[in-house]
Design a protein around this ligand. Structure first.
Ligand code: GLV
Ligand code: MN
Ligand code: MN
Length: 414
C-alpha cells in the first residue's frame, strides 16, 4: 500500500524559478558551473531549506551534500534521492535541478504531513555532475562509488588551470566525511528526459532501465605556426585542417554505428590569429552507445583515422582517453517501485534507456538504483531554452515520492 501523500506542484515550481536566479542568464537559462560563486549561492540556499525541515546536512570530502531526515529505524541505511545543482555554461533551468528540488518538495510533503518513513531519507546534491568545467562528468558521485579517488578529483583542472580541490576549498564546501563513507539503501534520481521520446509518445513518465555507455577523449593536433601569405599550400602543417578531417570522421563513425552518437563540443585553436596557419588544436570527443562492444568498434575506428590523418598531413596527433563509463542496468526492485508510483498516480509511462550521463549511473554500482524521467519541450537540453511544464515537473516529483514510499514499505514491520 502506497500512501496518498500529494506533493505541492506550485511550491516546487516556485523553488525552480527562485533558484534559477543563481547564475540566471539573459536568455532564461542558468550558467552555474560547478564550484563557482553561483554554485556556492545555490548550495547555501539548499542547505538552509533542508535545515528548516529539521534535516541534518553533512558534506563529504568532495563536496557532496547530504540532508538526512530520520526514519523509525536508525539502523537502516537511508533511501536516497537527488541529483545535481551545477549546470552547463548555457544550461537550462531543469537539468539536474529538478531532481534535487523535486526531492526537496517530496521531503517538504513528508514534513508537512508528519509522515514517518521506516528507513531514513537522504536528499543528495552531487558535486560536478556536468563535467563541463572539470572532466569527467559525474566526478564526485564517482568518488562516492569508488570509481575515482579523492586525489584524482582534487587534481582535475579547468581550462584556466584552476583545480577542483582549490575551488572546493575556496567556496567552503569541503566536508570531513570520506566519500562513500556511509551506505545508501537505495537511490532514486528524477530528471528531465533530455530527449524527444516521451513528448512524441505523449507519456508523462519514463521508467528508466539503465544508461548507455559513454567514452570521452582529448585530442591534441600539432602542426607548425606559419605565415598565411607566404607559405605555399603544399608546404603547410595546418593543425586545424587535421582536426577538421577528424571532426568529420567522428560524425561518420557515429553514423556507421547507430544508435551510437559522436560529438566534438570543445575546440581550441592556437594561436587563433587570422593570418597565422594554426599550429595547434585541442578538441574533445564524446562517444556514446548502449552496447560497450560497439564503443570498442567506434574507438578502434577513431584510432585508425587519427593515424591516417597524422601521416597524410605530416601532423603529430595525440589521442588521450579521459573517461569510460560503461553501460548500466538499473535495479528491478527500484524500477518496480517507480512503475507502481506512476500507476498509482495514473500517469501514462514507458520504459526508456538514458542517453545522457547521470550520477545514478555510478551510484548503481553500490546501491539499488533507478531514475524517473519526465518530458521536456522538443527534447531539448543543455540549452538555455530547455523547458518542462509545471505539470510535468510535479508529475515527476509525485512519482519520486511514491516510489520512495513504495520502496520503504519493505522495511515495515521487519
Ligand atoms: C552529463 O550531463 C552528460 O550526459 O554529459
Ligand atoms: Mn543532469
Ligand atoms: Mn547535463
Amino acid at each position: 500500500m502506497i500512501s496518498n501523500l500529494t506533493i505541492n506542484p506550485q511550491r516546487l515550481w516556485d523553488m525552480l524559478m527562485e533558484t534559477a536566479a543563481f547564475g540566471g542568464t539573459a536568455k532564461g537559462g542558468i550558467k552555474r558551473l560547478t564550484l563557482t560563486d553561483e554554485d556556492k549561492a545555490v548550495r547555501d540556499w539548499f542547505r538552509k531549506e533542508c535545515e528548516a525541515l529539521g534535516c541534518t546536512v553533512t558534506l563529504d570530502e568532495v563536496g557532496n551534500m547530504f540532508a538526512r531526515r530520520p526514519g523509525k529505524r536508525s539502523d537502516l541505511p537511508p533511501i536516497a534521492l537527488g541529483s545535481h545543482l551545477d549546470t552547463q555554461p548555457t544550461g537550462g533551468k531543469f537539468d539536474g535541478v529538478l531532481g534535487v528540488l523535486g526531492a526537496l518538495e517530496a521531503l517538504k510533503t513528508l514534513h508537512e504531513a508528519g509522515y514517518e518513513t521506516n528507513a531514513p531519507i537522504e536528499l543528495i546534491n552531487w558535486t560536478n555532475e556536468e563535467g563541463s568545467r572539470y572532466a569527467p562528468a559525474m566526478l564526485a558521485s564517482g568518488v562516492f562509488a569508488g570509481v575515482f579517488t579523492r586525489e584524482f578529483a582534487d587534481s582535475r583542472e579547468d581550462r584556466e588551470g584552476i583545480s577542483f580541490g582549490s575551488e572546493l576549498d575556496r567556496i567552503g564546501y569541503r566536508g570531513t566525511e570520506k566519500a562513500g563513507g556511509h551506505k545508501l539503501g537505495a537511490f532514486f534520481e528524477l530528471h528531465i528526459e533530455q530527449g524527444p521520446i516521451l513528448e512524441a509518445e505523449e507519456k508523462m513518465i519514463g521508467v528508466v532501465q539503465g544508461v548507455q555507455g559513454m567514452r570521452w577523449y582529448e585530442v591534441v593536433v600539432t602542426g607548425r605556426d606559419a605565415h598565411t601569405g607566404s607559405t605555399p599550400m603544399t608546404m603547410r602543417k595546418n593543425a586545424l585542417l587535421g582536426a577538421t578531417r577528424l571532426i568529420d570522421a567522428i560524425d561518420a563513425i557515429a553514423f556507421d554505428n547507430l544508435p551510437g552518437v559522436g560529438t566534438v563540443g570543445l575546440v581550441e585553436v592556437k594561436p587563433n590569429s587570422r593570418n597565422v596557419i594554426p599550429g595547434e588544436v585541442f578538441f574533445t570527443v564524446d562517444f556514446r552507445h548502449p552496447d560497450d562492444a560497439v564503443l570498442d568498434v567506434m574507438e578502434a575506428a577513431l584510432k585508425e583515422k587519427v593515424a591516417a590523418v597524422a601521416a597524410e598531413r605530416g601532423l603529430e596527433i595525440v589521442l588521450t582517453p579521459v573517461w569510460n563509463s560503461p553501460a548500466v542496468k538499473f535495479d528491478p526492485d527500484c524500477i518496480a517501485a517507480v512503475r507502481a508510483g506512476a500507476e498509482k498516480a495514473g500517469f501514462a509511462s514507458r520504459d526508456i534507456v538514458s542517453g545522457a550521463g547521470h550520477d545514478a549511473a555510478y551510484i548503481a554500482r553500490i546501491a539499488p538504483t533507478t531514475m524517473i524521467f519526465v518530458p521536456c519541450k522538443d527534447g531539448l537540453s543543455h540549452n538555455e531554452a530547455e523547458s518542462s511544464t509545471l505539470e510535468e515537473c510535479a508529475a515527476g516529483a509525485q512519482v519520486l515520492l511514491s516510489a520512495v514510499l513504495a520502496y520503504d514499505e519493505r522495511f515495515a514491520g521487519v
